[in-house]
Write a protein that binds this ligand. Structure first.
Ligand code: NAD
Length: 494
């Protein structure tokens, strides 16, 4: 080896070592302050922006950088989001609970921890191939670019993290307009995700957000030219706004999941399941059990099973007192309707018991009581740990009332029965995205049941439990007559 050739080799080795040190993050303080914005770049902002326009421009820049890193880059970025969601779950869960003041601390923490293994990532990005006499066609799943996301207060950071994992796995970047009441934890989570990804991959702002979100900033995000797709997770108003938007929207709208219990059900299992689902995070989940229709033949035994399983039964007058306080009128004229009162949304069973003038022991997670079908707790998505139980003459009536109470959202329904035909009848009539049999609603998201999890269940637009593929475009690449290795060697074109 001559001196003339060895010099550039040493330089190359030094460059490589320096690049490896930089990539590993070694030698830097663990919590290095963000670098100042480089000229023409948003690096150092770690995803937190004061305007929609800045956030979209930063996410566009991040998208172009992500494209250059390929699938392995996406995998590494997602691994940081998963790791932080798990490692910092306790701290971030506490922050979310303190800021939103709804739900249960243990479940705020739990919802971050499940992001580790239950939410699908790049392994979902399988291509399809058609191979035949005329060669080969490959269908690949390409990113849209920058996605605009609207997220709810019920799970502020978990929805953002889950959306980010799905969307980045699909090769996209995302700008979030978080719910104003969960904006601080949203910003802190996003800042942590981006700081780690930036340190490892040199890309910042894969997940960006508007620090002071409002309805106005949501509108700006919907209409921004740089946003190629919208993903909305929330209640009726925002779902309607997204469906009316000129852009393609994936809409994870409201639910009001009914439960049917027939005479063939395992009542103790039904009771345990209803408590597990409806008490989860104080019934904030869109899939959580909201009203129960039980056939008369087992109604009294079902109520006893609920008490045995630890729920507190309210008397008729206690249900009345709670109804008066916990549901309130809103809107004008023909739009006047009942909604849950903010003071009770996501509060503990003990708070509701006090409003119902009932004594509530420690450890009670759920209140329940008999109501008729006209009680407002039946049609209203209450998002609090009280569930009305309606006595039905038979299973046909139970299924019919369950159908009415779901309002055609086609979100989630649950049945406890061992009669396959009854299950089938209910499944067909309600036509919901999730239909859970003989388990808690959360089993429909793979928690105690099979399958994967997402905090965005796209209902009116039909994508279902979102995955990375939800956020991709199909592209087909066709090669005529070649590359197929089956067939006669003589048939190969020279
Ligand atoms: P929400 O509708 O009050 O708010 C959701 C988001 O939409 C927030 O960021 C809010 O600021 C924004 N928003 C509200 N009205 C808007 C409008 N007109 N234009 C633009 N943005 C608007 O809901 P929430 O209380 O945060 O969450 C609970 C609701 O979300 C429930 O109805 C629940 O069923 C639903 N939800 C659905 C899913 C699902 O996967 N389908 C998941 C979680 C929650």
């Amino acid at each position: 080896m001559t001196a003339a050739t060895s010099t550039p080799d040493i330089a190359a080795i030094v460059r490589q070592v320096l690049a490896e040190i930089a990539a590993s993050g070694a030698g830097r303080p663990a919590a290095a302050p963000p670098a100042p914005h480089a000229a023409g770049s948003f690096a150092g902002a770690h995803g937190v922006f004061s305007s929609v326009d800045e956030a979209v421009r930063a996410a566009t820049e991040a998208f172009e950088q992500l494209e250059r890193l390929g699938v392995e880059g996406r995998r590494r970025a997602i691994a940081h989001i998963r790791r932080i969601a798990i490692d910092d779950a306790e701290e971030l869960g506490r922050m979310e609970f303190a800021e939103t003041k709804i739900g249960r601390l243990d479940h705020k923490i739990g919802k971050l921890k499940v992001l580790g293994e239950k939410v699908p990532g790049v392994e979902f990005m399988q291509s399809e191939v058609f191979s035949g006499d005329h060669g080969l066609a490959v269908i690949e799943h390409a990113p849209f670019g920058v996605i605009g996301a609207i997220t709810p207060v019920t799970h502020s950071l978990p929805t953002i993290a889950c959306n980010a994992i799905n969307m980045i796995a699909g090769g996209n970047t995302v700008v979030v307009n978080p719910h104003p009441s969960g904006r601080k934890v949203a910003a802190e989570g996003v800042r942590r995700f981006n700081a780690a990804i930036h340190r490892d991959l040199g890309i910042d702002n894969l997940v960006s957000l508007v620090a002071e979100p409002s309805l106005e900033s949501a509108g700006q995000l919907f209409n921004h030219r740089g946003v190629k797709l919208i993903c909305v997770t929330g209640g009726p108003a925002v779902a309607r706004a997204a469906l009316q938007s000129s852009k393609r929207a994936i809409v994870a709208g409201p639910g009001n999941p009914p439960v049917v219990v027939d005479e063939t059900a395992d009542l103790d299992n039904a009771a345990r399941s209803i408590i597990a689902g409806a008490a989860y995070d104080n019934n904030l989940l869109c899939i959580g059990e909201k009203q129960v229709f039980v056939v008369a033949a087992v109604f009294d035994r079902m109520m006893a099973a609920m008490e045995r399983a630890g729920a507190l039964r309210l008397s008729g007058s206690q249900v009345e007192a709670l109804t008066r306080r916990a549901l309130v009128m809103t809107g004008e004229g023909e739009h006047r309707h009942l909604v849950p009162c903010k003071d009770f949304i996501g509060q503990d069973a003990a708070v509701l018991a006090q409003a119902a003038e009932a004594a509530c022991g420690a450890g009670v997670e759920l209140l329940f009581g008999e109501t008729d079908n006209a009680n407002p707790f039946v049609p209203v998505e209450q998002m609090m740990p009280f569930v009305p139980f309606v006595r039905c003459q038979d299973v046909d009536e139970a299924i019919r009332l369950a159908h009415e109470s779901e309002h055609g959202f086609r979100h989630t329904a649950i049945i406890h029965s061992t009669d396959v035909r009854t299950m089938t009848r209910m499944g067909r009539l309600l036509d919901t995205t999730l239909f859970v049999k003989n388990g808690p609603s959360v089993a429909g998201l793979g928690l105690g049941g099979e399958g994967y999890l997402s905090f965005s269940i796209a209902t009116p637009t039909g994508e279902g439990v979102t995955t990375p593929l939800t956020f991709t475009r199909q592209r087909r690449c066709t090669l005529v007559d070649d590359l197929r290795i089956l067939g006669s060697p003589a048939a190969v074109r020279s």
